[in-house]
Design a protein around this ligand. Structure first.
Ligand code: C5P
Length: 372
């Protein structure tokens, strides 16, 4: 902690909450070699300064070292101990050219300056400069350590179910929490891609740095995908799209008429978003790597292989639907022209990272979007 940090929260509170020793001075007698700046920086995986004040960043930009924290930042082995900064300050201080100049210098020196939040500030003003929330900082730190295998790629992902209205209060939908698709969006972003997530009705938080487009019906999803797909280099269709929709959605609630007869509903088939995207990319010889999903209840391998050919995609990912709906874990079967690869039972996020690494390898190897 710097001296200024001690004005906000005491070292005792910090120690009690973190259950870790807290250091503030390079002359701390707990170090038996008087070399705290070396001891602390040698055993770290990363230095994350949160919050990083305008003053502290100015100091770092100049390479000054007059307190323990700046001293250990300067003394750290730069090749193995990355420095991340989470700025926090008043909006005027944040936008000041001096602060922006210092941040540019820090980036040029190899530091990673994380973003800032927007909203109410401690001083009562509103704007840019809030420290990111702790969970956001943790997500950014975790993402920092992921391999950047999809750098430069534009990934478009569909996720969640679709909802097909029968009338204003009823509809049909599929069982899908969206968790697998959201995990894939997060993993793709962590891998350095620009990610757009087209999401059906789900109640999940948008992963950090992911652009999200919310839709309801299959046709909404198709329209959103059509708008985004031209910019994409990878398309991952993870959504559980309703196969059919009521032929007409009634404007008003369909009433029970007391006859004991259920209303007759006619259904029409929804457009197959994935098959259409894959087909159009092939027709235009576009470099768009398409990946489909199959939620099956049995015969995963045979069903996934058949679906891969039917959809005309190079890679199809099978999972046993009822075993994974709404859960935080899953198991995947990656099916391509040559055969199948099992990704055994794991958290959806771990599987999403493995899948993204696998897709990145295929793209690097020059995988064509040819499912046939
Ligand atoms: O045919 P089925 O629904 O089993 O195919 C599943 C795969 O196709 C998933 O990747 C799903 O997102 C995609 N799909 C689609 N549009 C549909 C139906 C399925 O994009 N109408």
């Amino acid at each position: 902690m710097t001296e200024a940090a001690g004005q906000f929260i005491t070292p005792v509170t910090m120690q009690a909450l973190s259950q870790r020793p807290v250091y503030g001075s390079q002359w701390d007698a707990r170090a038996d070699n008087n070399m705290l700046h070396i001891n602390l920086s040698r055993e770290a995986d990363a230095c994350l300064i949160a919050p990083a004040s305008a003053d502290f960043m100015a100091k770092l930009a100049q390479g000054r070292a007059d307190d323990l924290l700046s001293l250990l930042c300067l003394a750290r082995p730069r090749q193995t101990v990355p420095l991340l900064l989470a700025p926090a300050m008043n909006r005027e201080m944040w936008s000041h050219p001096a602060t922006q100049r210092n941040m540019a210098q820090l980036r040029a020196d190899g530091a990673t300056v994380l973003g800032v939040g927007q909203g109410d500030q401690a001083c009562g003003e509103t704007g840019d400069g809030r420290m990111l929330e702790p969970q956001e900082l943790l997500d950014d730190l975790v993402a920092f350590f992921q391999p950047k295998s999809l750098m430069g790629q534009q990934v478009l992902i569909t996720a969640g179910p679709t909802y097909e209205a029968i009338d204003p209060v009823r509809g049909i939908t599929n069982l899908s929490s969206g968790k697998m698709g959201f995990a894939i969006a997060r993993a793709a972003r962590e891998a350095g891609a620009e990610v757009t997530l087209v999401a059906g009705p789900v109640s999940l938080a948008t992963p950090r740095g992911v652009r999200r487009v919310d839709v309801r019906s299959a046709r909404d999803m198709q329209a959103a995908v059509a708008q985004q797909v031209d910019a994409a280099t990878v398309f991952i269709a993870c959504a559980a799209v309703a196969d059919w929709r009521p032929a007409v959605a009634a404007d008003q609630k369909i009433k029970k008429d007391g006859s004991g007869q259920a209303p007759e509903l006619d259904f029409v088939e929804n457009p197959d978003i994935l098959a259409a995207v894959a087909q159009s990319a092939r027709a235009l010889s576009r470099a768009l790597y398409c990946v489909g999903f199959a939620a099956e209840s049995q015969d995963l391998l045979a069903n996934a292989q058949a679906k891969r050919t039917r959809k005309g995609v190079p890679l199809l990912v099978g999972n046993i639907g009822p075993a994974t709906f709404g859960q935080d874990d899953n198991a995947l079967l990656l099916v391509d022209e040559a055969g199948a690869l099992e990704l055994p039972h794991n958290s959806k996020l771990a599987l999403a990272r493995q899948l993204i690494a696998n897709i990145a390898r295929r793209i690097r190897a020059g995988g064509q979007n040819d499912g046939h």
